[in-house]
Design a protein around this ligand. Structure first.
Ligand code: BES
Ligand code: MN
Ligand code: ZN
Length: 499
């Protein structure tokens, strides 16, 4: 969806929906709301006076005032003036775009500034939010609401090149996340590991990154026993994708080029294997590659980033199925780093894939490694759906990631990593068990298992099983798989690049 920047008075713009941001409770209107109020002889003030609409964040009111060229006006609450951030504007733009699409409008013009001018951060956020809120996974729907023809962001001042660049960058980031969402929403039948790998190669090609896809013989040569074991029960063979993007600017400190590795769990469907999932638990398992989707969303966003370090994306991908060759409880597999693992539960397959990926990450001697995975149902039991679990021993790293997540509306909550959890993962037959005998603290024992393979690296694990699916539309979140983590990674790397 293209987003255009245009200098215009809100009332003067002919459009299907004119969305105007209204700050809450200031007593006096400002920016676009004030301008609209003047053009309509007090239509905004009149609505506020009824008390039906107060300007609370994401609150909406549809009105049909005189004095505007638009067919209808959608007032969208920005919340109290002092709480307005680019992220809040992003959610407002998303709400406007979603509503405009639901209304069957062809065009949307958004006027969201509360000051005399539109700033760069707001412009970018508005464009990104509009793209995200407009998103629907329509590939399989015959009666989907058609997309809007056009979205515009109205600027009270000149549409400067700086503002236009910000809008283009926001739009591209929005599209990148939508692409990742589409992947995660695609049924397992239509996105098997081979296809996920193909999509990764395409994305890499568009952004000028390199992609290498390891097939079964290549993984056998390397000794990736875990990925191979998880993929063994499927007619669709596993893949291991390696994406690399060279630095786009000079590293701050001379000498060695720093490297950041991001890893995403790419289980294209998770039946649980012989430790079969119950039917309710299985129904949505097409999105068990949401970690991989987030990594691909980040790579698709690369044109908007200027990174003074090398970025590596690793996607171990398999379909967790059953056949006569499939992994069985009690089988022992050998990870890339030589660790032997007794598979006590074939449904704990994500950590097996990540074990090999973490082993592979070591060859880069990375400065930081983040893995994202829909790893455990237990993380939702612990945290609900309000945030994802963050596991790392490194306080500064935890703070960086939490801060990045906070600023893009992808909340993280720190979880413990203690040696006690690893004790539970030790067995008699092999070096490690892939699943503890106890159910308690399953998100933590999973993280402890991963930490064994991340030893020596600055590493963080995000368990996104609690957040990667949206159950009700809100702001930039649309029902279905949401590619949680993609925007967080972009924001985090932007910060790393600036430090
Ligand atoms: N993909 C699941 C985790 C999951 C559950 C993601 C619900 C999204 C929603 C993962 O592979 C899994 O099955 N984990 C097991 C771990 C257990 C066997 C220790 C789980 O959570 O039950
Ligand atoms: Mn599983
Ligand atoms: Zn899984």
């Amino acid at each position: 969806m293209d987003v255009f920047l245009r200098k215009s008075n809100p009332a003067a713009r002919a459009t299907g929906v004119l969305a105007v941001g209204v700050a809450e409770g200031s007593g006096k209107l400002s920016g676009a709301a004030q301008s609209l109020d003047r053009s309509t002889r007090g239509a905004v003030s009149a609505v506020l006076a009824t008390g039906d609409f107060k300007g609370k964040h994401l609150e909406t009111a549809l009105i049909y005032p005189e004095g505007v060229k638009a067919k209808r006006v959608l007032l969208v609450g920005l919340g109290p003036q002092k709480t307005i951030t680019p992220q809040r504007v992003l959610a407002v733009a998303a709400t406007a775009a979603r509503r405009a699409r639901e209304l069957g409008a062809e065009t949307l013009a958004m006027a969201l500034h509360t000051g005399a001018t539109l700033d760069v951060a707001t412009a970018s956020a508005a464009a990104e939010g509009a793209v995200l809120g407009h998103y629907r996974h329509t590939a399989y729907k015959s009666d989907a609401k058609p997309p809007l023809d056009r979205i515009e962001l109205l600027s009270p001042g000149a549409a400067t090149p700086r503002l236009a660049t910000a809008v283009a960058s926001g739009e591209l980031r929005g599209e990148a996340t939508c692409l990742a969402r589409d992947l995660a929403n695609t049924p397992g039948q239509d996105l098997v590991p081979e296809q996920l790998a193909e999509r990764a190669v395409e994305i890499a090609r568009t952004v000028g990154a390199t992609a290498q896809v390891l097939d079964v013989p290549a993984m056998e040569r390397l000794g990736m026993g875990c990925v191979l074991a998880v993929g063994r029960g499927s007619a669709h063979a596993p893949r291991f994708v390696v994406l690399e993007a060279a630095p786009t600017s000079k590293p701050r400190r001379g000498g060695r080029v720093p490297t950041v590795v991001v890893i995403g769990k790419g289980v294209t469907f998770d039946t649980g294997g012989y430790s079969l999932k119950p039917r309710e638990g299985m129904s949505k398992m097409k999105y068990d590659m949401s970690g991989a989707a987030a990594v691909l969303g980040l790579f698709a966003s690369l044109p908007t980033l200027d990174l003074p370090f090398k970025l590596v994306g690793l996607i171990p991908s398999a379909e967790n199925m059953v056949n006569s060759r499939a992994l069985k409880p009690g089988d022992v597999v050998r990870a890339l780093d030589g660790t032997t693992i007794e598979v006590t539960n074939t449904d704990a397959e994500g950590r097996l894939l990540l074990a090999d990926a973490l082993g592979y990450a070591k060859r880069y001697k990375p400065d930081a490694v983040v893995n994202l995975a829909t790893l455990t149902g237990a993380i939702s039991v612990a945290l609900g759906r309000a945030c994802a679990g963050l596991f790392t021993r490194d306080d500064a790293f935890a703070a960086e990631l939490t801060q990045a997540g906070e600023s893009v509306g992808e909340r993280l909550w720190r979880m413990p990593l203690w040696d006690d959890y690893l004790v539970e993962m030790k067995g008699d037959t092999a070096d490690l068990l892939n699943s503890s005998e106890r159910r308690e603290g399953a998100a933590c024992t999973a993280a402890a298992f991963l930490e064994h393979f991340a030893k020596g690296m600055r590493w963080a694990h995000l368990d996104i099983a609690s957040t990667a699916w949206t159950y009700a539309d809100r702001g930039e979140y649309t029902r279905g798989a949401n590619a949680f983590g993609s925007r967080l990674l972009v924001k985090w790397l932007e910060g790393v690049a600036a430090r």
